[in-house]
Ligand binder design. Structure first.
Ligand code: SAH
Ligand code: SF4
Ligand code: F3S
Length: 452
């Protein structure tokens, strides 16, 4: 067992770490946990690779583009590593899990490949490389991630993400996630509650529960617990103001859960529930396990119970076999549901998945066209929907200075709109009321009610 004191004495001069993370919110939270661990061991976080003794990339494999980006970042470090061979370069996360040993072959200057279930041992693995000078591969699939929250490094104390389950059992035919993140494992309600209590007593006001397939939370736990039970338990935590959860899978979303959502005052009126396509034929080939009709029924019921609900979705265009007719059905679904926002992706074949065996018959040109078309439609819908908030008062949790205008503040509504307004820094972390007077497709602009 390595004690922190030994660690610092052996390694105290190599404590600057540069960390860049790609991919989904899960990966971002894993990055926060990893950085927390490293900080506990005396590491300092730096934002330039030139100042770093350890350079780490937390990677994503969901599309080819995500992998290409990391390989290009790694390639760019070759000369730095030649000049400073003592600098440790590490690849963490999904691409590390997927490509393993092959990363060393393609990028011989990489020292560490650490998979999705091994990052809790990061300090120890880095020390091993320092002491022995040889590369380390750590992609054991049997490990279970269990990191004490106390060590998290996060930029904002008022909001936090909490993992409630890891992995995914769905095997949608296009998706690499189940292969790199492993089977679904849910944490117990007691465990999650304890973590949320700690966060709230440290000033946290908004919690977002995370799971690749969060609606199947509880599978495998004793007593048949569900996401509804978890939300109900957390809703009773005093001083917690807002609760969110992502990502919802339509197949596992239930009318019961929607009803529970509508009854819990802290659960925000927002759902991220990717439809992926508006065509039943394509959904079947994607192995999504629901029909467009079921998706529409879920949304109608949810909007009936929660009239101000906003819904976000993901769509994939150019999936093998997607005809113009299928695409038109996606357009129709978008127009009918009127999503708040949508993430639109061009299909990217992933080796090892079921869809990789299907003939890729949608030319890139068409994929690009369909992608543009959906983006255009969504932009118009977002603007039209946002305009409906003009003149209305919304509750905002203030997050900090606006990225586009540091003299103004920015925060989010319960429905997940971004709101920018004038105000003093001491409002950060507070819930304030803002009246909206102007909008774009992405942002609402307003005035604090007490400044009107
Ligand atoms: N677990 C979440 C999403 C995880 S991946 C869910 O099921 O909703 C995030 C998004 O990436 C997916 O919703 C999908 O739209 C997209 N995606 C996944 N694999 C892809 C692929 N091979 N090509 C293009 N987009 C993909
Ligand atoms: Fe991928 Fe489907 Fe699992 Fe989402 S539910 S992570 S898209 S396999
Ligand atoms: Fe990417 Fe891994 Fe998330 S593949 S989308 S970082 S689970």
């Amino acid at each position: 067992m390595i004690k922190s004191a030994d660690f610092i004495s052996k390694d105290s001069q190599y404590k600057n770490v540069f960390f860049e993370t790609f991919g989904c919110q899960m990966n971002k939270l894993d990055a926060e946990l990893s950085l927390g661990l490293l900080q506990e061991e005396g590491y300092k976080i730096v934002d330039k690779v030139d100042e770093a003794d350890v350079i780490l990339f937390n990677t994503c494999s969901v599309r080819q583009h995500a992998e290409d980006k990391v390989y290009s970042h790694l390639g760019a470090l070759k000369t730095l590593k030649k000049r400073h061979p003592e600098v440790i370069v590490g690849v963490l996360g999904c691409m590390a899990q997927k490509d393993g040993e092959a990363i060393f072959k393609r990028m011989p200057h990489v020292d560490l490949v650490c998979g999705t279930r091994m990052f809790s041992r990061l300090p120890e693995l880095i020390l091993k490389i320092r002491n022995h000078g040889s590369p380390v591969l750590a992609i054991d699939e049997k490990q279970v991630v269990n990191i004490k929250r106390a060590v998290t490094y996060r930029p904002n104390i008022y909001q936090a993400f909490v993992t409630v389950m890891r992995g995914c059992d769905n095997y949608c035919s296009y998706c690499i996630v189940p292969y790199v993140r492993g089977r679904e494992i849910s944490r117990t309600i007691a465990d999650i509650k304890e973590e949320v209590h700690t966060l709230v007593s440290n000033g946290c006001k908004e919690i977002t529960l995370l799971g690749q397939n969060i609606n199947s939370y509880g599978k495998g736990l004793d007593g048949g617990v569900t996401l509804g039970d978890l939300l109900t338990e957390l809703n009773s935590i005093e001083r917690l103001e807002r609760l969110r959860f992502v990502t919802s899978h339509p197949k596992d979303m239930t009318f019961d859960l929607i009803k529970t959502m509508s009854q819990l005052d802290k659960v925000c009126e927002h759902l991220h529930m990717p439809a992926q396509s508006g065509s039943d034929q394509i959904l079947k080939r994607m192995r999504r396990g629901y029909t467009v009709g079921y998706y529409r029924d879920l949304i109608s019921y949810a909007k009936e119970l929660i009239p101000c609900l906003t819904v976000a979705s993901d769509f994939i265009v150019g999936f093998p076999g997607e005809t113009d007719g299928d695409f038109q059905e996606t357009v129709r679904l978008m127009e009918d549901i009127r999503f708040q926002n949508c993430f639109i992706f061009k299909y990217s074949p992933r080796t090892g998945t079921k869809a990789a065996d299907l003939k890729e018959d949608v030319p890139d040109e068409i994929k690009r066209e369909r992608n543009m078309k959906l983006l255009e439609i969504q932009k118009r819908i977002s603007l039209e929907e946002n305009k409906k908030t003009i003149g209305k008062e919304v509750q905002v949790l203030v997050e900090g200075a606006s990225k586009s205008d540091p003299n103004r503040l920015s925060g989010r509504t319960r429905q997940n709109h971004i709101v920018v307004f004038n105000g003093l820094q001491d409002l950060v972390g507070k819930l304030v009321d803002v009246v909206i007077h102007e909008v774009t497709d992405l942002t609402l602009f307003g005035k604090l009610t007490n400044c009107l």
